[in-house]
Design a protein around this ligand. Sequence first.
Ligand code: LLP
Length: 480
Amino acid sequence: MRAHPAGPLHGDGLPQPSLPPPPDPTAMARVDAQIWPATARRDPEGRLVLGGLPVTDLVARHGTPVLLLDEADFRARAAAFQSAYTDATVPGTVSYAGKAFLSGTTVRWLAEEGLGLDVCTGGELALATAAGFPAERITLHGNNKSDAELQAALAVGVGRFVVDALDEVTRLATLAAAAGVVADVLVRVTTGVEAHTHEFIATAHEDQKFGLSLTSGAAREAVLAVVARPELRLLGIHSHIGSQIFSTAGFEVAAHRVVGFIAELAARDGVVVEELNLGGGMGIAYLPGDDPVAPVAMADALRMIVAGECQRRALPVPRIGVEPGRAIVGPSMVTAYEVGTVKPVEYRTGAWRTYVSVDGGMSDNIRTALYDAEYTVALANRVSGAPAMLSRIVGKHCESGDVVVRDAWLPSDLARGDLLAVAATGAYCRAMASNYNLLTRPPVVSVRAGVERVVLRRETQADLFALDPALADVPAASHA
Ligand code: LLP
């Protein structure tokens, strides 16, 4: 089992890097189009520029850490998914998975681009409706929806409910009856397929909290319970197999199993399924060499797989739904940090790495500590001709597992006050941010064609003190 012992020995337990040889200075300054947002480039002075604005200027106005969001990149990715799935003989549906990152501004962009929205809590739903997102394009997920969440969703007219438990069918039907509405429902099933970055595992093992098992009969029982209730209308079947997936193989096995289930429902129960939602999980490039499948190629492959499976079983082809989160927002943001303490450490006799401390850390990006995530990092305020030094980007938290980028090559003249940019931090970074060590959560600033806009402002000490009755009345002037 992997653990994060938060002690001085932490580093000893970690695998040593198997890094490629040190890159030359030109390679370190390169802005790889696969990893960085579409408008990222170096200006003639060597500064990283996003949306037409140098990161140095953005940082001067908004401070660090700051997440910079390339609006054109975000919109282009959303539009690419939308057209890949809706421009088809049987038009599909695309719902952005709000858990990756949500804000009023980005939700409005998604509405303008024509996408749907997947929310999985009352909080996400409230944000979407407050931002004016069309309720009929919202899907409500969640393995433990409360009555209040179901009631709120019914009241605003949410388009789809993905039921995740047998008793939820009864609860939703009762609440829909009380609200005098008919709720459209998908049943979330577990296919036994678990997909990860480069591989997938297909087993009968379904030991997890989400969904209803195909093999145990729970999924069929839920479908029959839905069709038995006049307050519910069965739209389809939902299957989500994992996240950061690079191949279509896992989806293929899941689609095979779900279409088999749809065929069984048609033959045994006369139940017709209009939609097969394959969830999210489309991977993105974090590192050079990561090679994600383009939305249109993935869409074509999924349609082929589903159509082929349906043809074999003489079934009408359902529409395909997908819920990408990371693949839309992930690559469109970078996090800018200011370099503080720079400390060379001999990690093995004669082998050195430099610990580069930045002014954020696991409170704005927990993914490295939590999932061993890997990122690309670059010097953002200048380019350097200095040779590469093996670096570890760490935060300012009181914990040795507070690592942002475990292994990176950075110019050896890196110094306090330099700016670093970490690429592809749009998904599950700000969304999973915390106030650990009472750091305030960073702002998100969007950039487009030389114009910037605050999407989320920086949290303040006053925001945090306001939650603490013993401190709420302390005048703001005395907040550090
Ligand atoms: N649909 C459902 C039902 C999901 O559970 C998820 C993600 C998605 C869509 C969107 O998946 P995406 O396209 O973003 O991969 N915090 C983790 C990822 C958790 C994903 C949870 N569910 C991380 O930082 O990698």
